[in-house]
Design a protein around this ligand. Structure first.
Ligand code: GLU
Length: 307
């Protein structure tokens, strides 16, 4: 199998320190192992996409010296593949229409889990009388996922109790992230998914979909996150400043440090971005969290999902 991973930014703004850590970490790890680094633009959530942001992210990656392999994939071009996956889920009896509004879910949910409120299954056995389906959910009843994450270690998740039935097609008709992500990751044949630790809770639902769709399971490696001074994840929402692609060295040094690497001061004063990337590739040899393991990525499911 070819070693390959991807950086999959949502074009909701310019490249910032948080996304640079994901880009640089995934690049260094896969390149050090001799693999390919691809870029996918996750532009499905059209109301949140900012015009020009995808181009600005791609230009910044090039200026920084993070050159990708193969063509850039845009999720907005992939509706037919997502529709086909929905049809497969439907044929397996795993999908159901849900009439609940966000407010109704908030009122009915008893608990929240790693991915927010846990849907209590209101519409799983049929829509309430007089109600219309809005979104499509996938059933998670009986699904137990265990995996060995390359950086975060062993993860166990009883999906129905900890995440709940999740949406694969939203009430506005858009395909949801989990569905699009697994379809695209499988189509590209990525051996590894290397991304920020903030997406760890997304992995059990994504593995659930891979099983339902008979897609191969890549190995997962969730990187530590860039946090701001208040301990919040660095993202556009928390006002992470955009990277200046003309002067990327300070951000690159910070990104290396956030990955647990420590470029020497002499280098940080004189290096170019390309020089820091070359240094990072060498430095990975001493960073076990940033090395791809060889062990099995999953245990067998404890309970196979039964349609
Ligand atoms: N597009 C997602 C984000 O920017 C990342 C998707 C992924 O790496 O799976 O948060």
């Amino acid at each position: 199998m070819t070693l390959a991973t991807r950086f999959a930014p949502s074009p909701t703004g310019a490249l910032h320190l948080g996304s640079l850590v994901a880009a640089l970490g995934s690049y260094l790890i896969i390149k050090r192992a001799g693999g390919e680094w691809h870029v996918r633009i996750d532009d499905l959530d059209t109301p949140r996409c900012v015009p020009g942001a995808a181009e600005s992210i791609l230009r910044a990656l090039e200026q920084i010296g993070l050159h990708w392999d193969g063509p850039v994939v845009y999720q907005s071009d992939r509706a037919a593949a997502y529709q086909a996956a929905l049809a497969t889920l439907e044929a397996r009896g795993a999908l159901y229409p849900c009439a609940c509004t966000r407010k109704e879910v908030a009122r009915a949910a008893q608990r929240s889990g790693g991915a927010g409120l846990i849907y209590p299954g209101t519409c799983r056995n049929g829509l309430p009388p007089g109600r219309q389906g809005r979104a499509l959910r996938v059933s998670t009843v009986g699904s137990a996922i265990t995996l060995n994450d390359g950086a975060a270690g062993r993860i166990e998740c009883r999906l129905n109790e900890e995440i709940g039935d999740f949406i694969v097609r939203r009430s506005d008709g858009l395909f949801a992230y989990h569905l699009a992500c697994v379809v695209d990751d499988a189509e590209a044949g990525f051996s590894h998914i290397i991304r920020g630790r903030d997406l760890l809770a997304c992995t059990p639902p994504q593995i659930h979909l891979q099983r339902l769709l008979d897609l191969p399971q890549p190995r997962y490696h969730h990187l530590p996150l860039a946090l701001n001074a208040a301990g919040k994840k660095l993202s556009k929402q928390t006002h992470a400043p955009p990277i200046d692609p003309q002067h990327p060295v300070p951000a690159m040094v910070q990104a290396l440090q956030l990955l647990g690497l420590d470029p020497p001061v002499t280098l940080t004063r004189t290096a170019t971005s390309a020089g820091l990337i070359a240094w990072g590739l060498q430095a990975l040899a001493d960073a076990p969290m940033l090395t791809l393991g060889n062990g099995p990525s999953e245990d067998r499911p404890q309970h196979a999902w039964e349609p």
